[in-house]
Design a protein around this ligand. Structure first.
Ligand code: NAP
Length: 301
C-alpha cells in the first residue's frame, strides 16, 4: 500500500518541484507518493486527459513542454523507453531544456536486460553489461546517452515490474496465464511501489553525497514463473492452468516472450538495500501479490 510507503519515507524539501517524464505505470506511482507529501509534481503524457494538469510530450510529434512549463524543476524522473530506432525520446527532444533548468537529480528507469544472460548466476552493478537482445543494446545506448548528458543522472535498472492491476493475478483471472516449466529458470521482479520508494530514497542519498551511477532495484527473491503462479492461484482460490514444458510452450510463444525466457539471471539488490539502506516494502512476491490482491479489490485513492 502506498500509505505504508508514505509512513516509511521522508518528504522532499518545500521548494522541490519534480518533473516525471512519462506518467505511465511507474511514473504515476512516484507522482502519487510525492503528492501524498504535498510536493509539486508535473508529469508528461503523450495524450493528456482533457482536464488533467499533465503536460503534453510526444516525441513522435512536435508537441513538447516549453521552458516556462519546466521553470523551477529541481528533480526529474524519466520513465520513457528507447525509441524503435534506438534514440532516447526524452533526451533527444528535451536535453537542452533539461540542461537549462539544472536539476539536482535525474533518475532514468532502465532494465536489468542490459546484463544479458547469466545462466542463473547473480549479477550486480559492478558486472559489465552484456546485452544479448537488440532492445537491451538500445537500452544500454540510452543509459550511456543519459550519463554523457552533463546532467546529474542516476540509472535505476529494473527487472519485471508488477503491482495492482499488473500481476500474475490478472493473467490468472483472464485465463491468459501460462504455467511454463523450464528447469532452473528464474525471473526477478519489483513491485511498482518499491520503484517509487527507491527513487525517493536515492534522491535523499544523493543529496547527502551518496549517488552511485547505477543501482539495481529488484526484490530479494528471484523465483520461477511456475512458483509465482502457484502462489497466485492459491490466493485467488482458482485452478492452475495445465503445466507446459518450455520446449512445448516455446513453439507458440511470441518472439518477445521467447527472448525473455532465453535469459536467466539473479539480480542483486545489495547496493540499494544494504549499502544505501533502502527497506523494501515488498521484499518478495508473496508479500507483493498479497498487496496486489488487496489493492485490486480496494484500490487506494
Ligand atoms: N514493464 C516492465 O516490466 C519493465 C521492466 C523493466 C524496465 N521497464 C522500463 O521501465 C520504464 C517504466 O516502465 P512502465 O511500465 O512504468 O512504463 P509505461 O507504463 O509504459 O510508461 C511509459 C511512459 O513513457 C511515455 N512514452 C512512451 N513513449 C513515448 C514517446 N515516444 N514520447 C513521449 N512519451 C513517451 C508513455 O506515455 P503515455 O503515458 O502517454 O503512454 C508513458 O507515460 C520503461 O522505460 C520500461 O521500458 C519496464
Amino acid at each position: 500500500m502506498l500509505s505504508r510507503l508514505v509512513n516509511q519515507a521522508l518528504p522532499l524539501g518545500p521548494t522541490a518541484k519534480v518533473l516525471v517524464l512519462g506518467g505511465g505505470y511507474s511514473g504515476r506511482c512516484f507522482a502519487r507518493l510525492l503528492n501524498a507529501f504535498g510536493t509539486t509534481v508535473i508529469s508528461t503524457r503523450r495524450h493528456p486527459e482533457p482536464n488533467s494538469t499533465d503536460l503534453a510530450f510526444d516525441s513522435a510529434t512536435s508537441v513538447q513542454p516549453s521552458a516556462s512549463d519546466l521553470e523551477g524543476v529541481s528533480h526529474v524522473l524519466c520513465t520513457i523507453p528507447p525509441s524503435r530506432e534506438g534514440g532516447d525520446p526524452a533526451l533527444d527532444d528535451l536535453g537542452p531544456l533539461l540542461n537549462n533548468i539544472s536539476p539536482v537529480w535525474v533518475g532514468y528507469l532502465s532494465t536489468t536486460g542490459v546484463y544479458g544472460d547469466r545462466q542463473g548466476n547473480w549479477v550486480s552493478e559492478s558486472d559489465a553489461a552484456s546485452p544479448g537482445q537488440d532492445r537491451s543494446r538500445r537500452r544500454l545506448a540510452c543509459e550511456q546517452a543519459w550519463l554523457n548528458s552533463g546532467l546529474p543522472v542516476q540509472i535505476l535498472r529494473l527487472p519485471g515490474i508488477y503491482g495492482p492491476g499488473r500481476s500474475v493475478l490478472d493473467g490468472l483471472k483472464s485465463g491468459r496465464a501460462r504455467r511454463i516449466n523450464k528447469q532452473d529458470q528464474v525471473f526477478c521482479r519489483i513491485h511498482v511501489e518499491d520503484i517509487a520508494g527507491a527513487c525517493l530514497h536515492l534522491i535523499h542519498k544523493a543529496a547527502s553525497g551518496h549517488a552511485p551511477t547505477i543501482v539495481n532495484v529488484a526484490d530479494d527473491e528471484p523465483t520461477s514463473s511456475a512458483e509465482l503462479m502457484e502462489f497466485g492461484a492459491d490466493l485467488l482460490n482458482c485452478n492452475l492452468p495445465a503445466e507446459e514444458s518450455y520446449a512445448e510452450a516455446s513453439q507458440t510463444m511470441s518472439a518477445m516472450a521467447q527472448s525473455f525466457w532465453s535469459e536467466n539471471r539473479r539480480v542483486s539488490n545489495r547496493l540499494l538495500c544494504k549499502d544505501l539502506g533502502y527497506t523494501l516494502l515488498h521484499p518478495n512476491y508473496r508479500i507483493g501479490l498479497l498487496d496486489c490482491l488487496k489493492q485490486d479489490l480496494h484500490p487506494e485513492v
